[in-house]
Each structure stands twice: as structure tokens, then as C-alpha cells.
Ligand binder design. Structure first.
Ligand code: S3P
Length: 171
């Protein structure tokens, strides 16, 4: 089926939910460009995300994230993957709802943990007890992710293509 995206499809949800992997596959399937707000921040700053958090702090990262999301959402319609904290900001939610459709990639905490536990790329999970931190973030964030237009729930046996099919089915 030939798709012509009218609005940007914005992937939101926790770290480890598969936003980048599913977003990339979705863009390929829809024949649309793929953008990633984290990657755009890294490129603009020429630093990794942990380096940005360490040098300039989380508030600075959030400012850049908001600017980049506004810029990407007012450009050509695409599939846009966002960082796990992006949808918590009321301003970002307003920009996303004006120019796009938000898809919450949901997954159980245990599955998210399996996927993020061996990676050292998330500054928020670098201190204290990373499982507890992930759990707290998950519990705090779920009510906000639930404001997304659409929700697709991952299962342990779902491949990236299965998740992509599930997103296409609700679009
Ligand atoms: C964050 C998630 C990360 C990245 C940053 C903050 C968060 O993106 O934006 O480390 O607040 O959940 P992913 O969700 O792609 O890991």
C-alpha cells in the first residue's frame, strides 16, 4: 500500500520500548524519512548524551530536546523517535499534538529492564540502583504517556517487524 504521511508519526515511551528500532522500520515501511531527536541533539552538540548530561546538566538537554522537537515537527512529515523524557513536557506534548500523531510504545517494566540493563548509554540509569530508578520513572511517566493518541504494547515474543505491523494497524 502506498502511504502519504500527512502528519509526523511520533514514537514516545520509556527507554528500551523500541522507539528507535520500530521507528526506523516504520519509516522504511511507509517510505517516509526517519528522524530521531536524541540523534539530532548528539549531532548538533557533537557530544554523546551522557557527556551532555555531565557537562551541561539535564535541564540543558531538555531545552535542546524541546527546540529540536519543534524544529523537526514543523519540517516535512516523517517518523520521529523521541527520547523517553520528551513527552513529559507539556510544551512538547502541545507541539506533537499540533503537528503529529503520538504513538506510545508501551512495554512491561520487566521487558524494559531486560533491554536496558546491559547498556551504559542512559545517564538517568547510571547512579544508584538502576532497576529502582527505571521502576520509579516508569510509574511516574505512564500517566503522561497515556495521553498519546495511540498505544501499542510490546510483548517479549514480538520482533521489531511485529511491533511495526502493530503500529501500522492502529495508524
Ligand atoms: C531519557 C531517555 C533517552 C535519552 C536521555 C533521557 C529519558 O532516550 O533521551 O538519556 O529521560 O528517559 P531513549 O528513550 O531513546 O533511551
Amino acid at each position: 500500500m502506498a502511504w502519504r504521511l500527512k502528519k509526523t508519526v511520533v514514537m514516545v515511551g520509556m527507554m528500551g520500548a523500541g522507539k528507535t528500532a520500530v521507528g526506523t522500520a516504520l519509516a522504511r515501511r511507509l517510505g517516509a524519512p526517519f528522524m530521531d531527536s536524541d540523534a539530532a541533539i548528539v549531532e548538533a552538540a557533537n557530544m554523546t548524551i551522557p557527556e551532555i548530561f555531565e557537562r551541561d546538566g539535564e535541564a540543558f538537554f531538555r531545552q535542546k530536546e524541546t527546540q529540536i522537537i519543534a524544529r523537526l515537527l514543523t519540517a516535512e512529515a516523517c517518523v520521529l523517535s523521541t527520547g523517553g523524557g520528551a513527552y513529559l513536557s507539556e510544551q512538547n506534548r502541545a507541539t506533537i499534538s499540533k503537528h503529529g500523531v503520538a504513538v506510545w510504545l508501551d512495554a512491561e517494566l520487566g521487558l524494559l529492564w531486560q533491554r536496558v540493563r546491559h547498556r551504559d548509554t542512559r545517564p538517568l540509569l547510571r547512579t544508584g540502583n538502576p532497576y529502582q530508578t527505571l521502576k520509579t520513572l516508569y510509574e511516574q511517566r505512564v500517566p503522561l504517556y497515556a495521553k498519546a493518541d495511540l498505544r501499542v504494547t510490546a510483548r517479549p515474543d514480538y520482533s521489531i517487524e511485529d511491533m511495526t505491523d502493530a503500529v501500522i494497524a492502529v495508524l
